[in-house]
Design a protein around this ligand. Structure first.
Ligand SMILES: Nc1nc2c(c(=O)[nH]1)N[C@H]1C(S)=C(S)[C@@H](COP(=O)(O)OP(=O)(O)OC[C@H]3O[C@@H](n4cnc5c(N)ncnc54)[C@H](O)[C@@H]3O)O[C@H]1N2
Ligand code: MOO
Length: 504
């Protein structure tokens, strides 16, 4: 980012130039500058002395997808030997959640939940109408229920919603009726109050007292006026919307406010839903502060506040957020004592002196399902099965790398455990070219403006400034994208669903 005018959109800075090295994290920018082949020398800070150069192995497929089982070409870092392509890693996370039940539709046992607690859950069974809707013939308007052609003699006592059935009308009779009231038997139509008036003798006529519209050509008539009213007009017949027993929604539907309304209307007090997967968050790092300003090498914990609401938006129930010291035994205890469906750790995924996640998983005898992903940021992310029906997602400590891990591994895992349908993949053209990583997928924060996506600066692994202003993450394939190139986008929950629906 060089030009101040390029800083726009909520202060996050839209990228204007694909060649701007600020659009890359520092290590990637160095890779591009230093390697005339364009393949990049790898991460200088990460490559071990004497290790083979990155890119020496087989090239990726043109679309960047490689089979889950294929070992990564990144053989210069011990933790990347088994790295999976970004799509393969997501597929593994989704498949892992299905294991155990063998049922793709209902991975976990359903539970009945009162309507007021069901928002955001997934229907475990189809929603079948428990009644006809409407359950009786209903007036759609305030006015008169009439029988036969007018004028009509008006009964004294009117009909209100919520009252028992009125005696049948006889031909030539009318009765005052309110919207939602059940129409008396033998009603032929409802005359809206604005379409009728009573004469001095108290007889009802189907015409407004004063002309309410511009003069009409001779002979033209207006629906609902005149001496007759069309048969069935403004009556909602019983069963118009559905019959009892009819399927209204399929299993797997997300319970939205509208679903709650429909379920109530259709007679439900409780819904059969899939329980939210329970997630325990373990925030690792002795350097983290929970308040105040950074000082003496200590920094604020950005993930403790960020992850719980985001996890809820992904369908999880967060049972606890624990801060865990950089101590192997403490981490071992925290993981082995957890009864959550998913343990989510932050930090400690790399190979530093206090990066205890890998050694602890080895000690537990956990099965590593994903051990590194060919994605920037976030490549050291991992997914393991710690015991029957318990998974551990290891997010890297760098905050945007943690977001990348959240959307790459936690999202498909939790979505599948929660029984939610996969979002439809979609693409939009990126306004600017985006520099690709030589081998890996990049996830780049973008804002959506009209029918284009604008890549944002401040997308380095340790930065949240870009993502905090973003509407989506662009999935930039290895090699990058040209200006205007259609690019897959991952929705961010606040952009697609709104705070109220998604974060409760
Ligand atoms: N020798 C290597 N070193 C590193 C590699 C590598 O492959 N080989 N990968 C780098 C990459 S890429 C990432 S990402 C990080 C991942 O590191 P960890 O998961 O082990 O995370 P930490 O070392 O604990 O922290 C990294 C960074 O993030 C800060 N952090 C951690 N937790 C939080 C938090 N809750 N809120 C805000 N910031 C946090 C931490 O202070 C560090 O600055 O490893 C690279 N190294
Ligand atoms: O580049 Mo790491 O992959 O910072 O997340």
């Amino acid at each position: 980012m060089n030009a101040p005018e390029a800083r726009a959109d909520k202060g996050a800075g839209v990228t204007d130039d694909a060649e701007d090295p600020d659009d890359l994290d520092v290590e990637e920018a160095l890779a591009l500058v230093n390697d005339p082949s364009g393949r990049g020398p790898g991460d200088p800070a990460r490559a071990r002395a004497g290790a083979p150069r990155r890119g020496d192995g087989p090239r990726p497929a043109a679309d960047g997808r490689s089979p889950a089982t294929r070992p990564s070409r990144h053989d210069d870092r011990h933790d990347d030997r088994h790295a999976l392509s970004w799509p393969a890693a997501r597929a593994v996370a989704e498949r892992a959640a299905r294991r155990g039940t063998g049922s793709p539709a209902a991975p976990r046992a359903p539970v009945p939940v009162p309507l007021d607690a069901a928002l955001g859950l997934t229907l475990a069974a189809p929603l079948t109408a428990l009644t006809d809707l409407p359950s009786f013939d209903t007036s759609a308007m305030d006015g008169w229920a009439v029988s036969g052609p007018g004028p009509w003699a008006v009964r004294e006592e009117g009909v209100l919603a919520g009252h028992a059935e009125h005696p049948p009308l006889t031909d030539g009779e009318a009765v005052r009726i309110a919207t939602g009231a059940r129409v008396p038997p033998d009603t032929t139509a409802v005359l809206r109050s604005e379409h009728g008036h009573t004469d001095d003798n108290g007889r009802l006529h189907a015409a407004p007292p004063r002309p309410a519209a511009p003069p009409r050509p001779p002979g033209a008539s207006r629906a609902g006026t005149g001496s007759t009213v069309a048969h069935g007009q403004d009556i909602r017949p019983r069963g118009q919307e559905c019959r009892s027993g009819e399927q209204l929604l399929s299993a797997g539907t997300l319970v939205t406010p509208a679903v709650l309304g429909l379920a109530a209307a259709a007679g439900y007090d409780t819904l059969s839903t899939l329980p939210r997967p329970r997630v325990e968050v373990l925030v690792l790092g002795d350097e983290l502060l929970t308040g105040g300003l950074p000082h003496d090498g200590l920094i604020r914990d950005a993930l403790g506040p960020m992850l719980p609401p985001w996890l809820r938006a992904l369908g999880a129930e967060v049972t606890a957020v624990r801060r865990v010291r950089d101590d192997a035994q403490t981490l071992y205890k925290a993981i082995t004592r957890s009864g959550a469906d998913v343990v989510l750790t932050t930090g400690g995924t790399a190979a530093g002196p206090v990066d205890h996640v890998h050694p602890t998983l080895r000690r537990i005898g956990a099965e590593l399902l994903v051990d590194g992903v060919e994605v920037r940021p976030g490549h050291p992310m991992l997914l393991a099965r710690t015991k029957e029906n318990q998974y551990l997602v290891g997010l890297p400590g760098n905050p945007l790398a943690a977001v990348s891990g959240l959307l790459t591994l936690a999202e498909p895992l939790l979505r599948t455990l929660a029984g939610r349908p996969a979002p439809e993949p979609y693409t939009m053209p990126l306004r600017n070219a985006v520099q690709g990583h030589p081998h890996d997928t990049r996830l780049v924060p973008v804002v959506l403006r009209g029918d284009v996506a604008l890549p944002l600066h401040y997308n380095g692994p340790a930065m949240l400034r870009g993502i905090a202003a973003a509407d989506a993450l662009a999935v930039v394939p290895p090699g990058g994208t040209r200006p205007g190139q259609e690019t897959e986008l991952l929705d961010l929950p606040w952009a697609s669903g709104g705070i109220g629906v998604c974060f409760t």
